[in-house]
Design a protein around this ligand. Structure first.
Ligand SMILES: Cc1ncc(COP(=O)(O)O)c(C=O)c1O
Length: 415
């Protein structure tokens, strides 16, 4: 895809777009929530559907001219149903956060109680952090992972639910490297008559491919982003049983949003179609394998992983044990200098701050899209180690940057 048409009218934006494409080609994207969509998804998201108003739902729009918008949205919905096996799907949320907001709007009143994982333990802002709308509108209590094991303690969640009597329990996480027992959380919710929302933003692709157990059919609501482990472009999705279909659809539109971003719905349709190809299952299996290899490599090199490893697409490194003087932000900055892009992250029992946390989070979805397998992941683990072990050493940085460039050149992107 060329930016010549942008350049003809707007050189600075064309330059920035071209620079961003080059940045993605020449760096290793290891932010666990990122991925690289196909050119087909990019084209669908850049289509003329960006011009179309389609308030409402297929067959029941508030505007004329929606025949093709209907076709695209119906395809996205049907494909999502095939991928995740949900009875009802809404593909209109603008993002994962909007999807969560719609669920709250559908079943909660302001002041109602949310029980969710603490942000510093791997939860998400939209699960009720006090800087987020959810924290401002609702009465939020948090559960935590076990300080020793770094894992969810389902009995403690159930106890906390009994004590706080929430209206909804939120599961699904931003920085949790282990499989989630959805049934255990559902039981905790049933026990106190609460709803259960499973936010699978990070693991939508793993769940679709059977690489992580599915909460669909267990939790009342399943929400997600569509641009992380599922490569369907930026957006959100909500899945639920038929009994909640009207409440969810009404909450998304007209409750929260106006016109759906139909170009992004088209991206979702194309990306979901791609994920129905059996090759996607192989991809998702490789994502998990690659995270495991990366985690092993880092541990062999002396790093400490929260929970001692991973079952998913990400590893969470607690730097306090191996590198007590290095913060997650130090590591993130140094790694970006050599072309490895990941993020500093809080860790359970955080002793610093979210702006200057004690850990780093690294994911494998994007590298796996580029074709990285075990050998490359071992190499990436070693490169990360060399940088963090030698912070500020420009000779080491230059050597590592050269290896990163070789890896990128060997696994080209958007040619
Ligand atoms: C668990 C979880 N939920 C929701 C979101 C928000 O997704 P979005 O950025 O699509 O709003 C994220 C983002 O990473 C997330 O990790």
């Amino acid at each position: 895809m060329s930016y010549d048409r942008v350049r003809a009218v707007d050189e600075p934006v064309a330059d920035a777009l071209a620079d961003e494409r080059q940045r993605q080609r020449d760096t290793l994207a290891m932010i666990a929530s990122e991925n690289h969509v196909s050119e087909a998804v990019l084209a669908a998201q850049g289509s003329e559907l960006t011009n179309k108003y389609a308030e409402g739902y297929p067959g029941e729009r508030y505007y004329g001219g929606c025949a093709y918008a209907d076709e695209v949205e119906e395809l996205a919905i049907e494909r999502a149903k095939d991928l995740w096996g949900a009875e009802h799907v809404n593909v209109q949320p603008h993002s994962g956060s909007s999807a969560n907001m719609a669920v709250y709007l559908a079943v909660l009143e302001p002041g109602d109680k949310i029980l969710s994982l603490d942000l510093t333990h791997g939860g998400h802002l939209s699960h009720g952090h006090d800087v987020n709308f959810a924290g401002k509108l609702y009465d939020v209590t948090h559960y935590e992972v076990d300080a020793e094991t770094g894992r969810l303690d389902y009995e403690s969640i159930a106890r906390k639910a009994e004590k706080t009597n929430p209206d909804i329990i939120v599961s699904g996480f931003s920085a949790y490297p282990r499989q989630v027992d959805w049934k255990a959380i559902q039981e905790a919710a049933d026990n106190v008559g609460a709803y259960h929302m499973a936010d699978i933003a990070h693991i939508t692709g793993l769940v679709a491919a059977g690489e992580h157990p599915s909460p669909v059919g267990i939790a009342d609501f399943v929400t997600g982003s569509t641009h992380k482990t599922i490569r369907a472009g930026r957006g959100g999705i909500i899945m639920c049983g038929e009994e909640y279909a009207d409440a969810i659809d009404t909450a998304v539109f007209p409750g929260l949003q106006g016109g759906p971003l139909m170009h992004n719905v088209a991206g979702k349709a194309v990306g979901f179609g791609e994920a129905l190809d059996p090759a996607f299952n192989e991809y998702a299996a490789q994502v998990v394998k690659n995270a495991d290899v990366l985690g092993e490599a880092l541990q062999e090199n002396g790093f400490s992983l929260v929970s001692g490893g991973t079952d998913t697409h990400l590893v969470l490194v607690d730097l306090r044990k191996s590198h007590p003087d290095v913060t997650g932000s130090d590591a993130e900055e140094a790694l970006e200098e050599v072309g490895i892009v990941l993020n500093g992250n809080t860790v359970p029992g955080e002793t610093r701050t979210p702006f200057n946390p004690s850990g780093i989070r690294a994911g494998t979805p994007a590298l796996t899209t580029r074709g990285f397998e075990a050998a490359e992941m071992q190499q990436v683990g070693d490169l990360i180690t060399r940088v963090v072990d030698n912070l500020g050493d420009t000779e080491v940085y230059a050597d590592v940057a050269a290896e990163v460039q070789e890896l990128c050149d060997a696994h080209p992107l958007y040619e």
